[in-house]
Ligand binder design. Structure first.
Ligand code: SAJ
Length: 407
């Protein structure tokens, strides 16, 4: 039996996928409301294919609880934010989960950390907890790192098809966990040591952050000299070895905007490109605001309360707004509006999450003259024609209406 701990964006689909493939699974989360929702037969976030997977997992006997269980294998999938001050990984949730596992687990257990962690985290923060509880690692308990790699928006497909990494001290234990993930994963599963697995995951997300930063920096350079960044990227990408990503309003989500900081925090003075990329991506919401004010000036608009933000999630077709660039833009605009709250539209976000500011599409459009397009949800793309007659700043390059402004 497997106990998956943390039923969020990664833990839940992982637990469901295993249960749907014949593994006996109990999912644990400290959030009672979330566990009650799952026990009532409902999923907790939108994702392509999740509802079907949920039904298959229920048929496979999955159980949800707030209690930790006595099992052979524990999979910990809890958030790992970074500490704003030190820039290092904040392991408080991982440590709390490991401590709780220690209270119930018995000899022979394997504890797998799925959460993204900085290289050396298991050595520095997890091993001491296990040893303090009287277990000898390698003899009566084993540790493994199996970082997740799935992309929100395509999680179910990627869980099934992505290659994976398993880091273990002992090859036999690594192979055992490989077999577990192999129950559903059709990709290649590489077994390596723990530190290599930790570093590899952080390196992957940092690679993407740096590449997005390059596209964003190009957008700024091209804007400063009146060149069309999208046309330039399109042509440059026709080169067989060039693949520039797409500029946007900034990098959100709980992964790419967080994980590169682990390298900056642990390797100050060495992670220079990494730091520069983080700064460029973090500066994009401010760049969007500057662009917005420029366009208001050009079009003779003076009333910021007539500007609306289209899209609140951190990217297209997900309902997750963690670290969303729109939140930064919204906060900054609200400060200048003294009570006249900025209007927002996002079909993926529940109204009570941002009370008073999220509107139905028609209300939203009736109360604004200027739309800042921040997310390319399919629903938003399909309703684009409704923006005709408005001033549009398109930060995602998805609007084909004539007169649309770009980054
Ligand atoms: N973005 C751009 N331009 C682009 C691509 C993305 O501005 O060309 C923005 C998005 O709008 C979003 C942010 O970057 O705000 C991140 O989005 P994303 O789709 O690049 O990545 P995530 O954060 O949703 O998921 C990433 C993935 N990592 C990589 O692709 C290397 C995923 O595979 C990981 O599992 C996930 O992080 C994670 O959980 O670590």
């Amino acid at each position: 039996m497997i106990n998956v701990i943390g039923l969020g964006y990664i833990g839940l689909p992982t637990a469901l996928m295993m249960a749907a493939h014949g593994v006996e699974v109990i999912g644990t989360d400290y959030n009672k409301e979330l566990v009650n929702t799952l026990n009532a037969g409902k999923t907790t976030f939108k994702e392509e294919g999740m509802d079907r997977l949920f039904d298959q997992a229920v048929d496979g006997g999955i159980k949800f609880s707030t209690e930790y269980q006595v099992t052979d294998i524990y999979i910990i999938s809890v958030p790992t934010p970074y500490d704003e001050f030190s820039k290092k990984v904040d392991t408080k949730y991982v440590k709390a989960a490991v401590k709780s596992v220690m209270e119930v687990c018995t000899k022979g257990a394997i504890v797998v950390i799925e959460s993204t962690i900085a290289p050396g985290t298991i050595d520095k923060h997890v091993r001491p907890i296990v040893e303090a509880n009287g277990f000898t690692i390698g003899e009566d308990l084993n540790l493994v790192h199996a970082p997740e790699r799935i992309i929100p928006g395509n999680m179910v497909y990627e869980l099934l098809n992505n290659n994976r990494t398993i880091g273990a001290d002992d090859i036999v234990i690594g192979e055992k966990i490989k077999e577990l993930y192999g129950s559903f994963c059709q990709g290649e599963i590489v077994v390596t040591d723990i530190r290599t697995a930790e570093m590899t995951k952080v390196v992957e997300n940092t690679f993407r952050d740096i590449n997005i930063a390059y596209a964003n920096e190009l957008a700024k350079i091209c804007r400063s000299d009146d060149m069309d960044v999208y046309e330039i990227i399109k042509i440059a990408n026709m080169h067989p070895r060039v693949n520039i990503l797409t500029p946007g309003p900034g990098v959100g989500g709980h992964c790419i905007s967080v994980d590169p900081w682990f390298l900056v925090g642990d390797y100050p003075g060495l992670a220079n490109i990494v730091l520069a990329a983080r700064k460029i991506n973090d500066s994009m919401p401010e760049f969007v605001l500057e662009r917005m004010h420029e366009i208001m000036k050009d079009t003779g608009m003076t009333d910021v309360s007539r500007v609306g933000l289209y899209g609140l999630a951190y990217k297209e077709n997900v309902d997750d707004m963690r670290e969303s660039p729109t939140l930064q833009i919204l906060n900054s605009m609200d400060k200048h509006l003294s009570g006249n709250l900025v209007k927002v539209y996002d079909p993926y976000i529940k109204k009570d999450v941002v009370p008073n500011q999220l509107h139905d599409l028609d209300d939203f459009l009736n109360s604004i003259d200027f739309v800042v397009l921040l997310v390319g949800h399919n629903e938003i793309k399909e309703s684009m024609y409704k923006l005709k007659g408005k001033v549009v700043l398109d930060t995602r390059h998805i609007c084909e209406l004539e007169g649309t402004y770009g980054l």
